[in-house]
Design a protein. Sequence first.
Length: 263
Amino acid sequence: MSEREPGDLLMIALVKKTIVVLSVVTLAIFSAITFAQNAAVPQSLREKLSQAIVVASQNQLEIVRLVKTPLPSIYEVELSTGEILYSDISGDYLFAGDMYQTTPGGLLNLSTSTRQARTVEKIQAIPEEEMIVFTPETEIRASITVFTDVDCTYCRALHGDLEGLMELGIQVRYLAYPRGGEAADSYSKMISVWCSDDRHKSLTQAKNGQNLPIRDCETPILAHYALGNELGISGTPALVFEDGRVVPGYMDIDRMATFLGLN
């Protein structure tokens, strides 16, 4: 390998410095935009909407995020359930539905973008030690988070694909979603799985229909179930991808690979 000329080294140093400066500037601009969006929300609007929503829901709901949208005088209202509403600047009117922006490439669903971003935040907030994670022995090329029920037929079908998914480099991270919550027949089984010394083995046994020793301990199962409901999940399996997309139902290996761009 030939030695670099002093001029080349100087140019490389300048390019690296420029990249660092641009990264800092970009982060500063993004932070400023986020701050400006929140600062632009009139306090009177926040108070009016908060009071109305609390009263209407009998203290069951609250506003977790209120920001200005690209549409003048229209604000995005995110509720504690994950639902997104929109309000005019007066706060006298709220409406539900997705907001679209017209672009040269077609319609851009701004509401979906918001939902996916919130989903990513909520999933990332869950420690992996609360999950049951199956990780490929080789490179992890993609990761999916799955809300699962041990008695669900299609959950069992997906679990049966684990070997093939591992070969593709797909990490599978399980969250508990006993359909019906505490009233579900599978709820006690899932407690036994999560309280097991070997969760991987116990989960596989439970999904194979084997009876497990009854165990009891503190688990995150109901917290997972509540999060699933918050994300709009009503059945299993429910697949959550790294970009925040939520896809209900079973997806076979080939379709999964195509969906993840691994083909």
